[in-house]
Structures are given as C-alpha cells and as structure tokens.
Ligand binder design. Structure first.
Ligand code: SAH
Length: 251
C-alpha cells in the first residue's frame, strides 16, 4: 500500500497520529526534502529506505514507489503541509491508477492553518470576511486568466498567498490595483510552526519592504485582509440572544 501523508507545516509533532503511525510502519519513505522538516524522519523504523523527492522527477518517484508497493511493502509519500494544495500528488495518483496500485491519502495541517495559528488569527471574522482565497502569483506554473490577483483581490476577502514571497513588489501592486487599500493589513509568516518561525505584520503597500528588512524571500505565506485588523462583529453562534439547534437563547 502507498500512503500520501501530509507532514504538517513544520513542527514534527504537528503530524497527525495516523501519519506518524504510517511513518513508523513504512518500509520506504519518499519525502519532499525542500519543505518537510527532516525531524519527521525520526518516526521511521530501522531499515526503512528514505528518498528525497526534491532531487527526483515524477518518473523517478514512481520508479521507487511502484516496485516497493508491488513487493508488498508499505510506502509513505510524505508531502509538506497537506498534499491537497500545491502538492502535485494528483499526477502521482493517476500514475498509480494506471499501474493498478492502491493508495490512500492521510491529511495534514496545511501551512495556511499553521500561519493562522502563528498569527493567532481567525480568517473568517463576521462583518469582515467569510471567505478565504488560497492562491499564488504565477511563476513557472501559470495561473488561469480568470484567477489573476487583481480579479481575486476585487472581492476584498481574506487572501492567503502561497509561493509568492519572492515577488512582493509585483504582488502588492496587483493587490492594490484589484481594490485593496494600500493600508490594508497584511502579514508575512515565514516557516510557520518551525523553530525559526517569523511573523511580520505590515500593510499591503509595505509588504516588499518588510520582507526585505527581515530577509524573507521564500518559505513564507502572505496573508492579506481586514481579519488582521481590530474590528469585527461577535459570532451569532455564541451570542446569548440567539438560539441554536443545541442551545436556547438566554436573553
Ligand atoms: N502543501 C503545502 C504547500 C506547498 S507549496 C501546504 O499545505 O502548506 C509551498 C509553499 O507553501 C511555500 O512556497 C510557502 O509559500 C508555503 N509554505 C509551506 N510551508 C510553509 C510554512 N511552514 N510557513 C509558511 N509558508 C509555508
């Protein structure tokens, strides 16, 4: 069996109980060495073969996993955060389907959740935004025309930008062109939940300057929106004057 496992955003004890158990059972681990904390390999058993996918192609990854799975071994493909965002596990699953090999996915704590924890923030504040847009600037991977930053920024919703920390001048200009006021609060979260985590609070207009000052060019998320400010409405769910399915209003 092959297991795609979300490693979590960095801290080795943020992996799920299931993920840690699978790492302990694995005969082969293929991990994304560019972003997965190597401390997670401490969960492996003796004799487990370990491969760093940062130096491998899709074909090479499959060439390691497929024969091991066919031989009845347990294989863990360890992805940073949760594999479902920018994880490139779909193409691996499709190859495994083609080969008739079974796999399962074990979710992990995505870095956008790790970043919210680092910020002690709630992305979906009543009266501020009820939507989180996860996106990126285009790099070598193009972004569809209808998902350009300006178009997404026009919603004024909470935005979390992956893979964009090296392009903050351009990002800020495009966020502002899309409708965010230059003084909209923004934050850069570098290596969320790692020991060297850094949280930089700033504004959209000052994103690039703030990152340069802190020497941040990668492994960071950019978060933008009023959720980083002070104003919001309290929740209906815990409001004494509202009844819910589980609680009668008390006043
Ligand atoms: N699947 C991953 C994302 C992989 S894409 C997840 O769920 O988090 C890689 C990008 O994710 C990086 O360029 C960076 O923008 C972001 N990232 C990954 N780990 C991070 C961390 N611990 N802190 C901040 N950003 C991180």
């Amino acid at each position: 069996m092959i297991y795609f496992v979300g490693a979590g955003s960095g801290a080795p004890d943020l992996i799920t109980v299931r993920g840690a158990r699978l790492l302990g059972q694995a005969d082969v681990i293929v991990y994304a060495g560019s972003l997965v904390n190597p401390a997670l390999l401490d969960y492996k058993k003796e004799g487990c073969a370990v491969y760093d996918s940062a130096k491998m192609t899709l074909e090479q990854v499959i060439a390691v996993m497929a024969p091991a799975a066919k031989a009845g071994k347990t294989v863990v493909r360890l992805h940073t955060g949760d594999p479902c965002v920018y994880g490139a596990h779909r193409e691996q699953m499709d190859e495994l389907d083609r080969l008739g090999l079974a796999y399962e996915v074990c979710p992990g704590v995505s870095s956008f959740c790790g970043a919210a924890a680092a910020l002690r923030a709630e992305y979906t504040l009543p009266g501020v935004s009820q939507t989180v847009i996860l996106t990126r600037m285009e790099g070598r991977t193009p972004v569809p025309e209808r998902e350009q930053i300006e178009a997404l920024a026009a919603h004024g919703a909470t935005m979390v930008l992956f893979l964009s920390a090296g392009m903050l001048d351009k990002l800020a200009a495009r966020l502002i062109a899309g409708g965010y006021a230059p003084d909209t609060p923004a934050a850069i979260v570098y290596k969320a939940t790692w020991p060297d985590e850094k949280v930089v609070r700033t504004t959209v207009a000052e994103l690039a300057e703030a990152a340069a000052r802190e020497g941040i060019t990668k492994t960071a998320l950019i978060t933008v929106g009023g959720f980083l400010g002070d104003a919001y409405e309290r929740s209906r769910l815990y409001d004494p004057s509202f009844s819910t399915g589980l609680r009668e209003a008390s006043r």
